[in-house]
Each structure stands twice: as structure tokens, then as C-alpha cells.
Design a protein around this ligand. Structure first.
Ligand SMILES: Cc1ncc(COP(=O)(O)O)c(C=O)c1O
Length: 401
């Protein structure tokens, strides 16, 4: 007899992206020339995980007792300070209002946001194209997911659709939590312009006069942005004190240590008393879920953020990885525009999305031909982070056929 509660029965056992990746890996191991554009990690042109050597060394240099001991519930103070300093290096006004809790990766930060900024049963709001686990996280927390149409007719963020969705949510549930993954949105690859951020902030402020509205910026891919990933943060300053402002910070991609599970939820709260209450709520959530994070991981990332020589070395190594990725982006843009593939503006980042009416059938047909991409309603996600530059031509040709 199945003893799992009724509402959790029939849940899929395997993440669809991991299942596709497994099939691609098995077929490649049997000698087939497979292009695997499903993996959400940066691979080099030989298909090996691209790991920052300095980050790997710092992880190995963490002393035994740091790995063995518990961390404080919210994370070590040095780690929290390092993350907030890193995020707000050019934004002292935001930095002055920030509190944080350590989380296992950005995923943990998203989890804490859902649990603390939405009541049970309420819906998280995000873009119509979104990272699938947003839905899993809301399911798991007994919340729901609602979306607004991501792009307008000109291919920019559809702020009017956002405005309508915010109005509906304020009316229906009297509270809003909006996730925006920027820059280098997963899955579309889209990065918003400062003018789009200004429009989003104005829209949020208008609705925040009627109900509590919180924006979470999912910053997971920021280190791979073509330009300055923090340039838009100054646009968010007007939100502080009038709307909630959160950041999901992650070391997974930034330091190429996905399995280390280091991240943080950062909250900007203007009043001292509210800051303390927010900090307490986040700490309580840590205790009530994973208790505390991996202390050794926090120690390694703290050192990488604060030791100037290590930070500089990581920056240079990351720039080399970014150059490899940018070469793929350029090859994709050249081939895809020649084939007239429909896709959003793509300046850089791990993923791009090609719009397609029959995405699931198309992905299946591509798989038959040895090219693996991830389908979702209306689109195919292409993980250029895992495709060698030499394979981009074949990938685009198969997409276009
Ligand atoms: C959009 C997005 N947000 C957050 C994350 C969180 O990653 P992690 O929990 O490994 O830091 C990911 C990872 O793939 C992601 O794609």
C-alpha cells in the first residue's frame, strides 16, 4: 500500500532535464555523435565541466574542522557580509539596508522567499518562460505559480502584461511575490535594459501602494552577463521602504561549484526593526528546513570573495570561460539569424530559447537526429553553455529544419 499522502502521489520521479541529459550521455557513450544542449552547467569544448582552478584550490584548502563543524543557523557572519558587499559593491544605499541568510544554492534562497513572502495557497508571479523548478518549489511549499506573458510585440519585456497580472494578484490575494531572473534569464537568455527595469520598478511601486508587493531578483547567472551585471541595481533603489526587495545569490555558476550548494537570500529592508524581523524569519526558516549550510563551502566562497588575490584570479579565469561562451553566442546569433530562427535578443549567458509552436514534437524529432534540447510550452531551450562552438552550426541547422 502506498502511504505517501494523496496530494503527493503521482509526482514525477525524475526531473525531465536530467532524464534527457542521461539519454544523451548514454547515446554518446555508445559512440553516437550527439549534441547535448540540455546541461545547465558550463562545459568546455571537450565536454568537460569548466571549473575555475582558483575556486577548486580554495575548496581543497578549507581546513578539516571547517568541513566538520556546524555553521551558525543563518550562515557565518563573514560569508553573509562578503555576499552583501559583493552584490552591492556600487550601491551603498542598498547595502545599508541589507540582511541575509545562507542557503544551499540559489534554490534555497528561492525556497525561503516563497515560504516567507507568500501565504500558503497564494501564487508566485513570474514570466511565462521560466526555470521549471520555480513550479516545483511552489508545489512543495503549498503555494501556486502564475505567469504573465514575457515578451511584447517588439520583443521587450511586456510591462503591460506584468501590470495586468499585478492588478489581478493584488485584487485576488492581496499580496504579490514576483520572481525576475535577470540578467541572462533561464531559459530565454534575455537580459533586460535599464529602461525596462525602470518601467518594472514604476509598475511595482504603483501596485505597492495597494498591497505588499515583493520583487525577487534571481541573480544566478549574473557573472556571465555580457555587460556590468550590477548596472541595473541603482534602478531598484526607489523600491526600498515601499516594496519588498530580495536577491537570490548563488555561488553555483559564479564560482563553477554547483555541487558545493552555497547561496544566500538577501533582503533590503529600510526600517531597523523590520530588518531584524526579516532576519529572524529567514533564520527560523533555515532551522526548519536544512538547519544550517555546509560550513566548509561557506568558508571557501568567503575567501574567494574577500581575498583580493583570489578574487582577481577567479575574475581572470572566469573571463576566459566567458570568452569561450561568447564565441558560442556569436556563432549561434550568426547562424540563427541567417536561418531566421525566432528567438529573443541574446547577448550572453548559459541559455537561449527558440520559439516553436510544437516544441515537444520538435524536440523529439531533434533527439532522433542526435541533437538534444529541452522543450517547454511554445519554446525549445538551448543550453549553449554545454555545446562546443564547432557544434553550434549543426545545432542551428537541426533547429531550423
Ligand atoms: C534560473 C535559476 N535560478 C536559480 C538557480 C539555482 O541554482 P543553485 O541552486 O545551484 O544555486 C538555477 C540553477 O540552475 C537557475 O537556473
Amino acid at each position: 500500500m502506498l502511504h505517501v499522502i494523496a496530494s503527493h502521489q503521482g509526482r514525477p520521479s525524475d526531473d525531465p532535464i536530467f532524464a534527457l541529459n542521461r539519454e544523451a550521455t548514454e547515446r554518446r557513450a555508445r559512440g553516437e555523435a550527439v549534441v547535448n544542449a540540455t546541461v545547465g552547467s558550463l562545459l568546455d569544448d571537450e565536454g568537460k565541466l569548466a571549473v575555475l582552478p582558483t575556486a577548486a584550490r580554495a575548496v581543497h584548502e578549507v581546513p578539516r574542522d571547517e568541513w566538520a563543524a556546524y555553521a551558525p543557523i543563518s550562515g557565518t557572519p563573514g560569508f553573509l557580509k562578503a555576499v552583501m558587499d559583493d552584490l552591492f559593491v556600487d550601491q551603498p544605499a542598498l547595502r545599508a539596508t541589507a540582511v541575509a541568510a545562507a542557503t544551499p544554492g540559489g534554490t534555497g534562497a528561492l525556497r525561503h522567499a516563497i515560504a516567507n513572502f507568500l501565504e500558503p495557497g497564494q501564487a508566485l508571479l513570474t514570466t511565462s518562460f521560466y526555470w521549471g523548478p520555480y513550479k516545483t518549489l511552489t508545489d512543495e511549499a503549498d503555494r501556486r505559480l502564475a505567469t504573465f506573458s514575457m515578451f511584447d510585440a517588439k520583443g521587450a519585456l511586456d510591462v503591460e502584461a506584468l501590470d495586468r497580472a499585478l492588478r489581478d494578484q493584488v485584487r485576488e490575494q492581496g499580496r504579490v511575490l514576483l520572481f525576475l531572473n535577470d540578467p541572462c534569464h533561464n531559459p530565454t537568455g534575455y537580459s533586460m535594459q535599464p529602461s525596462e527595469w525602470r518601467a518594472v520598478v514604476a509598475c511595482l511601486l504603483a501596485h505597492a501602494e495597494k498591497a505588499p508587493v515583493t520583487l525577487l531578483v534571481d541573480f544566478a547567472y549574473s557573472a556571465y552577463n555580457a555587460g556590468d551585471p550590477r548596472a541595473f541595481l541603482k534602478e531598484l533603489e526607489p523600491l526600498v521602504g515601499r516594496a519588498g526587495l530580495l536577491f537570490a545569490w548563488s555561488a553555483s555558476k559564479t564560482f563553477t561549484h554547483y555541487g558545493l550548494r552555497v547561496g544566500a537570500l538577501v533582503a533590503c529592508v529600510d526600517a531597523q526593526q523590520d530588518r531584524a524581523s526579516t532576519e529572524a524569519a529567514l533564520s527560523y526558516s533555515c532551522r526548519g528546513t536544512w538547519s544550517n549550510c555546509n560550513r566548509g563551502g561557506l568558508a571557501a566562497i568567503t575567501r574567494l570573495l574577500t581575498d583580493p588575490d583570489l578574487a582577481r584570479a577567479c575574475h581572470l579565469e572566469r573571463e576566459a570561460f566567458k570568452a569561450m561562451l561568447q564565441a558560442r553566442v556569436r556563432a549561434f546569433n550568426a547562424a540563427a539569424s541567417e536561418k531566421k530562427l525566432p528567438y529573443p535578443r541574446y547577448d550572453g549567458g548559459f541559455f537561449v530559447t527558440v520559439f516553436h509552436d510544437k516544441a515537444f514534437e520538435k524536440a523529439l524529432a531533434m533527439k532522433e537526429r542526435g541533437v538534444f534540447v529541452v522543450p517547454q510550452a511554445g519554446a525549445l531551450r538551448v543550453a549553449l553553455c554545454s555545446v562546443a562552438e564547432r557544434d553550434v552550426g549543426r545545432l542551428v541547422t537541426t533547429l531550423a529544419e
